[in-house]
Design a protein around this ligand. Structure first.
Ligand code: FES
Ligand code: FES
Length: 176
């Protein structure tokens, strides 16, 4: 019996297939088979949220999901958020608030925060804080991230004097 299987799924709006092993995680598949490295490997144990993706509209830790279980699903990664106006608003607000430092947590934060705005378009700080409880950030102390999410939901980017250079973008899709 072959230990490799062909699966098909929708990835960021595009139908595609992949050959995956039975023990391969969705995170491994995305990074090593598909070549989308925006989704990060942090802990590999479901603790850090760096690998957050959306599966059929629900946020999931890709390190805990078998690649085989992506068969027939609709997968959205941080790369797929480029065309999402909610993610665009979040990106501007993250920059304006200085909510990105090393950037390692940022892709997972962006996916999680975009999912939050899809379900709670105007979250207050407590709601935003709860939403990112599973996403660890070693750099920012979280406050700036929470403020950025609240401001993005409210339709403003945040303190204009804290805004980064025009055209600055977040490190959401670079290879690591
Ligand atoms: Fe998946 Fe940390 S790498 S939760
Ligand atoms: Fe460094 Fe969050 S910005 S871990």
């Amino acid at each position: 019996m072959s230990l490799m299987h062909e699966i098909e799924f929708t990835l960021n709006g595009v139908q595609r297939g992949a050959t995956v092993g039975v023990e391969m995680s969705a995170l491994q598949m995305l990074r090593d088979v598909v070549g989308l490295t925006g989704t990060k490997y942090g802990c590999g144990e479901g603790e850090c949220g760096a690998c957050t993706i959306l599966v059929d509209g629900r946020s999931v830790n890709a390190c805990l999901l078998f690649a085989l279980d992506c068969d027939g699903r609709e997968i959205t990664t941080v790369e797929g958020l480029a065309v999402d106006p909610r993610a665009q608003a979040l990106q501007k607000a993250f920059v304006a608030h200085g909510a990105v430092q090393c950037g390692f947590c940022t892709p997972g934060m962006m996916v999680q925060a975009t999912h939050l705005l899809a379900t709670h378009p105007q979250p207050d700080a407590a709601t935003a804080q709860r939403a990112i409880e599973g996403n660890l950030c070693r750099c920012t102390g979280y406050q700036k991230i929470v403020e950025a999410i609240v401001d993005a939901g409210a339709g403003c980017e945040g303190p204009s004097d804290a805004a980064g250079p025009s055209g600055q973008s977040l490190p959401t899709g670079e290879a690591r």
